[in-house]
Design a protein around this ligand. Structure first.
Ligand code: MG
Ligand code: MG
Length: 267
């Protein structure tokens, strides 16, 4: 069952999404060679709590930390540890918060120092596919339209789109209906309606779409050990159109990046 949110509830959800956005922005300055993902996790938890929110992932389904940190061939759900990041790595950082009783949940994949041109391209295309998917999240479309657009764009670039993990409705629970796959067929699936809020999150592999899981019961990685990227935004349908609740602007401010990619998804 899809739970529709009122304008007031969407405003509250935006606050929760922005807790995560600011946390990722803070982390953008910390993500560099030598730092451990456990340190990033401590900083994130502190930053989330300072904003009057609670880490959304900590304890969820038994997850031990506040961040999912997934370097290189890890796709998602990596557990923070004491291994320092190294120049040339990439790392997906997925962060959740609860504020006002609503979840925020979004993610960014950071390069550590200089990465190879192939890896840069993977990050670029995956992030572009996120916005291509978001543009399809509007009245008149269905779940399959978002998935189709993301899948087509990524596969046209020769990448593998993960099937087993998907985006989702977002609200008082982190995973609400509908599931939002990053693959699909035009015109198929549930219809979008005013007041829906979802997390759209392409998980895109440089090689095969296939994945495997580590024995820790959490970490998902690519079956061929090639790199994987992951970007996620929280999006509402307002006046029939997609509106971003989360933002990467704090990341871009920290890194000195100019971007207009979010402009068309703001009212
Ligand atoms: Mg997430
Ligand atoms: Mg999510």
């Amino acid at each position: 069952m899809i739970i529709i949110k009122s304008r007031e509830e969407i405003d509250l959800m935006r606050e929760s999404a922005l807790v995560v956005s600011r946390t990722l922005g803070m982390l953008a300055s910390e993500v560099k060679p030598g730092v451990t993902t456990l340190r990033l996790d401590e900083l994130a938890e502190e930053h989330i709590r300072e904003q009057g929110a609670v880490p959304g992932f900590l304890g969820m389904y038994g997850f031990p930390n506040s961040l999912c940190v997934s370097p290189n061939a890890q796709v998602v759900h990596g557990i923070p540890n004491k291994t320092p990041l190294v120049e040339g790595d990439i790392i997906s950082i997925d962060c959740g918060s609860v504020k006002n009783g609503f979840y925020g949940d979004h993610a960014y994949t950071f390069p550590i120092g200089e990465v190879t041109p192939e890896t840069k391209e993977l990050l670029k295309i995956t992030k572009e596919s996120l916005y291509i998917g978001i543009a399809e999240f509007k009245i008149g479309n269905r779940v399959g339209d978002v998935g189709y657009a993301i899948q087509k764009y990524c596969e046209d670039h020769g990448y593998g789109v993960v099937r087993e993990l998907v985006g989702h409705g977002l609200g008082r629970k982190m995973h609400e209906d509908p599931e939002m796959p990053n693959y699909g067929h035009r015109g198929r699936g549930k219809k979008f309606i005013e007041g829906m809020v979802v997390a759209i999150e392409p998980m895109v592999n440089q090689g095969t779409k296939n994945i495997k899981q580590l024995k820790d019961g959490w970490t998902i990685l690519t079956a061929d050990n090639k790199p994987s990227a992951h970007f996620e935004h929280d999006v509402a349908i307002i006046d029939g159109k997609p509106e971003l609740l989360s933002t990467f602007k704090y990341i871009y401010e920290a890194l000195g990046i100019e971007s207009t990619e979010e402009d068309k998804f703001r009212s």
